[in-house]
Design a protein around this ligand. Sequence first.
Ligand code: GDP
Ligand code: MG
Length: 161
Amino acid sequence: HQQHKAEANILVLGAENVGKSESIYTHNISLDGRDTSFSIWDSVCPQKPSLQSCVSEEQLRWADGFILVYSLCDRDSFSVVRQQLQRIRQLKKRHSSTPIIIVGNKRDLQHRRQISSEEGRLLAITSDCDFFEISAAETYHGSLVVFHQLLERVRASRSLS
Ligand code: GDP
Ligand code: MG
């Protein structure tokens, strides 16, 4: 049985327990009124990531776009995103338009918040990424918005090259 080529290969990265599964195991995503197929690679990074081992160069080459997830009540997971960003930008140097979206998840846990919206947004702005805060476990909508935005970015970066 022949596999259809996905429109985009998406690599989802983040520390353990930040809520990646809720963000990504959405199999049939309808975007622009039609079903769009994604290949999603859910990759767990240890809290103290050895940057070389967490993401392989093969994974980086495979990906058309990245979603970097942290939990906004877990500062360590935010550090993991910071480090992942550096590694991606370093290895994708020649494809500087490769879209990256930073996602602060668990927005419902306001009382346990450790990363302000401003801090998250600042990291995104200074590294040329999009930024969203969502509550993946509460509503499906937030994840959809993230995937929709990433697909638009992937399409735009293709039309540039
Ligand atoms: P992963 O290790 O990044 O794949 O994390 P999981 O998707 O397994 O989620 C880890 C835990 O966080 C689970 O208990 C989820 O139910 C919980 N979780 C995920 N998203 C949210 C969220 O938006 N809000 C809250 N309160 N909990 C969440
Ligand atoms: Mg998981």
